[in-house]
Structure formats: C-alpha cells, structure tokens
Design a protein around this ligand. Structure first.
Ligand SMILES: [Zn+2]
Length: 73
C-alpha cells in the first residue's frame, strides 16, 4: 500500500460564515421601529440597499444616535 492510497482529498472551500459577502458601502439606514427606554431611544434600523440591520441607541439629550450593534445582514 502506498501513501497515496490514504492521502487526504482536498475538500472544496467551505463557505464563509456570512452567507453572502456584502459589498462595502455606506449603509443607508432607515428606521423600522423605535422604542423609548430608560437609556434613551432604541431604534431598529435597516439598510435599504443591502438589507443589513442594526440597533441604534440615542441617549437622552443627544441628537445623533450611536450604533448599539454591528450591522447584521
Ligand atoms: Zn447596506
């Protein structure tokens, strides 16, 4: 028996963890829903271009919301 009999067969590349790599772009967030909480206003936003979702928190007294989560496709 030669060593080639048990040589590993190269497997096809496994797909990445994310199903579809999203082309980097400036997300255009639109608010799907927003809720007032004790920490401020929590907004659930979605990118109209790629469908990525994110949760924003607008702390009380602050005008611009800050990302609370990473974009989730
Ligand atoms: Zn996007």
């Amino acid at each position: 028996m030669s060593t080639t009999d048990t040589a590993a067969i190269p497997l096809a590349a496994q797909p990445a963890a994310s199903p579809a790599p999203v082309r980097p772009h400036e997300h255009g967030w639109s608010t799907e829903s927003a809720h007032s909480t004790s920490d401020g206003i929590v907004s659930y936003v979605r990118c109209a271009s790629c469908g990525a979702r994110r949760v924003d928190l607008a702390p009380r007294g602050v005008v611009a919301p800050a990302p609370l989560s990473l974009p989730v496709a």
